[in-house]
Design a protein around this ligand. Structure first.
Ligand SMILES: CCCCCCCCCCC/C=C/C(=O)SCCNC(=O)CCNC(=O)[C@H](O)C(C)(C)COP(=O)(O)OP(=O)(O)OC[C@H]1O[C@@H](n2cnc3c(N)ncnc32)[C@H](O)[C@@H]1OP(=O)(O)O
Length: 287
């Protein structure tokens, strides 16, 4: 983060926290594929992804999540908990249909919106946590690891499985993973495309706690936010943003090249063939 960005972030934070210490605001959901419910007492917003059956991250869902994050930030919420309306899938990651035989204009918009959603979530000044109430592969894992804390239900899976699909996780996916896991564990898992069970994820530190129900997971996320009760929100947010600034700045600087690399990669005939085979294998499962 350069000096100008830092000053602007500081100004926003001062505006937010300067005069509103004791007020609680109600956030409203902006999108059709998400809902946002705010606990009026705690001021914590629960952002629920609701694109069933698997919360595949298509352009519209990403837009809704992005707009919700902006609204939660703007409405001075005290925390953001990301969760799913499904009882078995947190998010299946990027909707592969967005990348398979794509319309090129939409493909650009899709990737740019993913970049912006990540910048907003990973760099959010509001405390963030994920209540992972289902499977969370690839892009689902990216969303969860972009948050500051993770509570997961048992018997699901989470990880960046891109190499198993014949695709390469972009640098900022990897940086997000490395912000959570020891470097050695992250490299092994990334190259293997490893999906961790909830129990394994707890053991390596990919998630912070397990919970037996979604309600318990949300409660544990709220308890995490309560650990900031005696900290100054401005100092907390600036510390988080400075801690993450290298990763954020790298994507800000390389946004255009990252988009170009994505478009080039996805449009390779061998990648299209691989995505088609993978989609068929997913669909065959349900027959
Ligand atoms: C040099 C550097 C260059 C960099 C270039 C960048 C390159 C691109 C990088 C892109 C990074 C990609 C990130 C991703 O997120 S890719 C997506 C990865 N996701 C997965 O592999 C998950 C696939 N899904 C599953 O494993 C299961 O669905 C899941 C465990 C999540 C749930 O299982 P369940 O049994 O509950 O549900 P079904 O499998 O029956 O699925 C129901 C229907 O949903 C469809 N489906 C599932 N996942 C997806 C998906 N990700 N996209 C699209 N569609 C999906 C599935 O086919 C079923 O459909 P039908 O009902 O029609 O049969």
């Amino acid at each position: 983060m350069n000096r100008a960005m830092m000053m602007s972030a500081a100004k926003n934070l001062l505006t937010r926290y300067g005069s509103t210490k004791n007020n609680i605001y109600r956030c409203m959901s902006t999108g059709k594929l998400t809902t946002v419910d705010v606990n009026e007492k705690s001021g914590v917003a629960v952002l629920t992804m609701n694109r069933l059956p698997v919360n595949g991250l298509n352009l519209e869902l990403l837009r809704d999540i992005r707009n919700d994050i902006d609204e939660i930030e703007g409405n001075k919420c005290r925390g953001l908990i990301l969760t799913s309306a499904s009882s078995s899938v947190f998010s299946a990651g990027l909707d592969i249909m967005e990348m398979y035989k794509p319309n090129q204009d939409r493909l650009k918009e899709f990737w740019t919106t993913l970049q912006d959603t990540w910048l907003a979530l990973y760099g959010s000044s509001v405390p963030t946590a994920a209540a992972i109430n289902g499977h969370s592969p690839a892009g689902g894992c990216l969303l969860a690891t972009s948050c500051e804390y993770r509570v997961m239900l048992p018997k699901f899976t989470i990880g960046l499985n891109e190499t198993k699909l014949g695709i390469v996780a972009p640098k900022w996916f990897m940086a997000t993973f490395c912000n959570v896991l020891p470097r050695r564990v992250a490299e092994m898992a990334l190259t293997q495309g490893k999906m961790f069970s909830s129990e394994e994820a707890l053991k390596v530190g990919l998630v912070d706690e397990l919970a037996q129900s979604k309600e318990e997971a949300i409660e544990k996320c709220q308890q995490f936010f309560a650990t900031f009760a005696k900290t100054n929100p401005f100092a907390r947010a600036m510390t988080k943003q400075q801690f993450r600034s290298k990763d954020l700045q790298q994507l800000e600087d390389e946004k255009a090249q990252d988009l170009e690399a994505f478009l080039f990669f996805v449009n390779q005939p061998s990648v299209q063939k691989g995505l088609g085979i993978y989609l068929d294998s997913l669909k065959a499962k349900t027959k």
